[in-house]
Design a protein around this ligand. Structure first.
Ligand code: FAQ
Length: 318
């Protein structure tokens, strides 16, 4: 029987598979631009997980109780794990971990803007979990259905862990809001600082996003940046109200006709300044990453030597 797609070009066959929601796997043919976009997005996502450990790592020694300390420690370890799944997914596209890390350390590759803001109080740990992980989940749940198989599968476990992270962040906020006046004030002050940067996590407005249209067409992205940002506002405003907190945007208002919240304009100049490396903590974060990588060189060398010795022993035994 004649294959109905056999007269199509490789590009057309590829798009037909995408349109039929057939997953693309590492050994399948794919356009170079699809491969390049995925390496860019997955590696930036992995870098975000690694750099994302720093603002919270900053609070492990200062968490207010042993229980809070151990929860935070596990959360930060989870982020390292997410980075590893994502680097592995990106490697299936033909890049190497060394190359990806070199691009991060040289400043060529991006990571999420959100991690260039400082964590000044314990309530910031609540906001990172509640808002930042909340935004991450909204963005990542649809990525479980992204068109590239290894990325989609990595996201399933990441999302389960992120959901737990979000709950613990909300619980920190709830505890503070039910505590003394000064604790509630600390929670409000943290929300004031984190609200707008979290809205920026979803990326530029659709009309200013160079990658969204093509990524939607390839079903790498399932929702646009603005669609996800709107979902986030709609989810978070009622949660803030439940906590007795106010989001720092006078334009936030329920719109009956749209069945969604209206909200104000993000400061896009600030967003692009942070993306280009000029945020409050960009230099510190990158400096800390490079230092950790350099100081870990002996561990990598020792692991390689150990693996080589073991392989040699196994060869002799066989
Ligand atoms: N920060 O055309 P678009 C987490 C760049 S994980 C910095 O819209 P795209 C877990 C973008 O790369 C958080 N750069 O691009 C955690 C592009 O530049 P390029 C990370 C940004 O890719 C929680 C240019 O602007 N999540 O939080 C940002 O279609 C707590 C134009 O933008 C992911 O990476 C930004 N916010 O859409 C860890 C999810 N936004 O590369 C620790 C996967 C945009 O052309 C503690 N990624 N840019 O030079 C995505 O869904 C997408 O890549 C977007 C951007 C939506 C981030």
């Amino acid at each position: 029987m004649e294959n109905p797609t056999q007269h199509l070009t490789p590009e057309e066959q590829f798009q037909a598979r995408i349109d039929a929601d057939v997953r693309i796997e590492p050994k399948d043919w794919m356009p170079d631009a699809y491969r390049k976009t995925l390496i860019r997005q997955i590696s930036q996502h992995a870098h975000s997980e690694l750099v994302g450990m720093l603002p919270e790592g900053n609070w492990i020694t200062r968490a207010p109780s042993l229980k809070r300390k151990s929860i935070l420690l596990s959360k930060v370890q989870d982020e390292a794990g997410h980075g590893l799944y994502l680097y592995s997914a990106a490697e299936t596209l033909g890049t190497t971990r060394d190359q990806m890390l070199a691009d991060l350390h040289s400043g060529k590759a991006k990571y999420s803007s959100i991690f260039n803001y400082p964590t000044l109080s314990w309530a910031d740990m609540g906001c990172v979990g509640w808002l930042v992980d909340g935004a991450a989940i909204l963005n990542q749940v649809p990525l479980c259905r992204t068109s590239y198989g290894p990325y989609a599968r990595a996201m399933v476990r990441v999302c389960k862990e992120e959901s737990f992270h979000q709950r613990q962040g909300f619980e920190i906020m709830q505890t503070l809001c039910e505590g003394a006046e000064s604790q509630k004030a600390m929670a409000q002050e943290a929300l004031n600082r984190w609200w707008w940067p979290t809205l920026m996590m979803f990326g530029p407005k659709d009309e200013d996003s160079p990658n969204t249209a093509q990524s939607m067409n390839w079903r790498i992205k399932r929702f646009t940046n603005d669609e996800l940002r709107q979902k986030f506002v709609d989810m978070m405003v009622p949660q803030a109200e439940f906590l007795g907190l106010t989001v720092p945007d006078e334009k936030v208002q329920w719109n009956e006709a749209r069945q969604a919240y209206d909200y104000g304009e993000v400061n896009w100049d600030e967003f692009w300044a942070v993306v280009k490396g000029n945020g409050l903590c960009n230099r510190d974060r990158l400096g800390a990453r490079v230092k950790a990588h350099e100081e870990g060189a002996w561990v990598r060398e020792a692991a390689m030597a150990h693996a080589a010795k073991r392989a040699e022993r196994e060869l002799v035994a066989a």
